[in-house]
Design a binder for this molecule. Structure first.
Ligand SMILES: N=c1c2ncn([C@@H]3O[C@H](COP(=O)(O)OP(=O)(O)OP(=O)(O)O)[C@@H](O)[C@H]3O)c2ncn1[C@@H]1O[C@H](COP(=O)(O)O)[C@@H](O)[C@H]1O
Length: 96
Protein backbone atom coordinates (compact mmCIF):
# COMPACT_ATOMS: atom_id res chain seq x y z
CA UNK A 1 0.00 0.00 0.00
CA UNK A 2 1.38 3.47 -0.82
CA UNK A 3 2.59 5.51 2.14
CA UNK A 4 0.57 8.66 3.00
CA UNK A 5 3.90 10.27 3.93
CA UNK A 6 4.47 10.89 0.23
CA UNK A 7 2.26 13.96 0.70
CA UNK A 8 4.64 15.26 3.36
CA UNK A 9 7.64 14.47 1.19
CA UNK A 10 6.18 16.38 -1.74
CA UNK A 11 5.25 19.25 0.59
CA UNK A 12 8.82 19.36 1.96
CA UNK A 13 10.25 19.37 -1.56
CA UNK A 14 7.99 22.30 -2.45
CA UNK A 15 9.25 24.22 0.60
CA UNK A 16 12.79 23.57 -0.58
CA UNK A 17 11.89 24.77 -4.10
CA UNK A 18 10.40 27.93 -2.56
CA UNK A 19 13.35 28.68 -0.28
CA UNK A 20 16.15 27.58 -2.62
CA UNK A 21 14.83 28.15 -6.13
CA UNK A 22 16.18 26.03 -8.95
CA UNK A 23 15.29 25.83 -12.62
CA UNK A 24 12.10 23.81 -12.13
CA UNK A 25 8.34 24.04 -12.60
CA UNK A 26 7.46 24.73 -8.96
CA UNK A 27 10.35 27.12 -8.29
CA UNK A 28 9.50 29.11 -11.37
CA UNK A 29 5.84 29.40 -10.31
CA UNK A 30 6.80 30.57 -6.80
CA UNK A 31 9.68 32.89 -7.61
CA UNK A 32 7.75 35.43 -9.68
CA UNK A 33 6.97 38.73 -8.00
CA UNK A 34 4.40 38.39 -5.24
CA UNK A 35 1.08 39.05 -6.94
CA UNK A 36 2.05 37.35 -10.19
CA UNK A 37 3.16 34.15 -8.46
CA UNK A 38 -0.03 33.86 -6.43
CA UNK A 39 -2.20 34.61 -9.47
CA UNK A 40 -0.39 31.95 -11.51
CA UNK A 41 -0.88 29.31 -8.82
CA UNK A 42 -4.55 30.28 -8.39
CA UNK A 43 -5.02 30.11 -12.15
CA UNK A 44 -3.63 26.55 -12.13
CA UNK A 45 -6.02 25.61 -9.31
CA UNK A 46 -8.91 26.99 -11.35
CA UNK A 47 -7.82 24.98 -14.40
CA UNK A 48 -7.26 21.80 -12.43
CA UNK A 49 -10.64 22.16 -10.68
CA UNK A 50 -12.36 22.37 -14.04
CA UNK A 51 -10.37 19.33 -15.22
CA UNK A 52 -11.55 17.33 -12.18
CA UNK A 53 -15.16 18.19 -12.99
CA UNK A 54 -14.74 17.15 -16.62
CA UNK A 55 -12.89 13.96 -15.64
CA UNK A 56 -15.65 12.98 -13.25
CA UNK A 57 -18.40 13.67 -15.74
CA UNK A 58 -16.56 11.69 -18.43
CA UNK A 59 -15.40 8.90 -16.09
CA UNK A 60 -11.90 9.47 -17.43
CA UNK A 61 -8.57 10.40 -15.77
CA UNK A 62 -10.13 11.27 -12.41
CA UNK A 63 -7.11 9.95 -10.50
CA UNK A 64 -4.63 12.00 -12.54
CA UNK A 65 -6.71 15.17 -12.50
CA UNK A 66 -7.40 14.87 -8.77
CA UNK A 67 -3.69 14.46 -8.14
CA UNK A 68 -2.98 17.58 -10.20
CA UNK A 69 -5.53 19.54 -8.16
CA UNK A 70 -4.24 18.34 -4.80
CA UNK A 71 -0.67 19.01 -5.91
CA UNK A 72 -1.40 22.59 -6.97
CA UNK A 73 -3.32 23.19 -3.74
CA UNK A 74 -0.27 21.98 -1.81
CA UNK A 75 1.82 24.40 -3.86
CA UNK A 76 -0.50 27.26 -2.83
CA UNK A 77 -0.21 26.29 0.84
CA UNK A 78 3.58 26.27 0.60
CA UNK A 79 3.59 29.58 -1.22
CA UNK A 80 1.32 31.14 1.43
CA UNK A 81 3.40 29.71 4.28
CA UNK A 82 0.68 27.42 5.62
CA UNK A 83 2.13 24.30 7.21
CA UNK A 84 0.86 20.87 6.22
CA UNK A 85 0.28 20.16 9.91
CA UNK A 86 -2.23 23.02 10.07
CA UNK A 87 -4.32 21.26 7.43
CA UNK A 88 -3.95 17.88 9.15
CA UNK A 89 -5.02 19.44 12.46
CA UNK A 90 -8.08 20.91 10.75
CA UNK A 91 -9.01 17.47 9.43
CA UNK A 92 -8.52 16.01 12.91
CA UNK A 93 -10.75 18.68 14.46
CA UNK A 94 -13.55 17.84 12.01
CA UNK A 95 -13.22 14.09 12.21
CA UNK A 96 -15.89 12.42 14.34
N1 LIG B 1 3.66 16.24 -8.18
C1 LIG B 1 4.17 17.05 -8.98
C2 LIG B 1 3.48 17.46 -10.18
N2 LIG B 1 2.25 17.16 -10.67
C3 LIG B 1 2.13 17.86 -11.81
N3 LIG B 1 3.23 18.59 -12.05
C4 LIG B 1 3.51 19.50 -13.16
O1 LIG B 1 2.51 20.47 -13.23
C5 LIG B 1 2.55 21.03 -14.53
C6 LIG B 1 1.18 21.48 -14.94
O2 LIG B 1 0.34 20.37 -15.00
P1 LIG B 1 -0.81 20.29 -16.08
O3 LIG B 1 -1.71 19.18 -15.68
O4 LIG B 1 -1.43 21.61 -16.25
O5 LIG B 1 -0.06 19.83 -17.36
P2 LIG B 1 0.43 20.60 -18.62
O6 LIG B 1 1.76 20.02 -18.96
O7 LIG B 1 0.38 22.08 -18.42
O8 LIG B 1 -0.59 20.13 -19.72
P3 LIG B 1 -2.17 20.14 -19.79
O9 LIG B 1 -2.62 18.86 -19.13
O10 LIG B 1 -2.69 21.38 -19.08
O11 LIG B 1 -2.43 20.15 -21.25
C7 LIG B 1 3.22 20.01 -15.44
O12 LIG B 1 4.45 20.56 -15.88
C8 LIG B 1 3.47 18.83 -14.52
O13 LIG B 1 4.71 18.21 -14.76
C9 LIG B 1 4.09 18.37 -11.05
N4 LIG B 1 5.33 18.89 -10.81
C10 LIG B 1 5.96 18.50 -9.67
N5 LIG B 1 5.43 17.62 -8.75
C11 LIG B 1 6.13 17.36 -7.46
O14 LIG B 1 6.79 18.56 -7.10
C12 LIG B 1 8.15 18.31 -6.82
C13 LIG B 1 9.00 19.48 -7.26
O15 LIG B 1 8.88 19.62 -8.67
P4 LIG B 1 9.93 20.46 -9.53
O16 LIG B 1 9.70 21.89 -9.25
O17 LIG B 1 9.62 20.10 -10.96
O18 LIG B 1 11.30 20.01 -9.12
C14 LIG B 1 8.48 17.02 -7.57
O19 LIG B 1 9.51 16.33 -6.91
C15 LIG B 1 7.16 16.28 -7.51
O20 LIG B 1 7.09 15.58 -6.26
Amino acid sequence: MPDINIIREVYNTLETRRDNPIDSYTSSLMKDDKKKAEDKILEKIGEESAEVIIASKNNENLIEESTDLIFHNLLLLVYKGIKLDEILEEFEKRHK
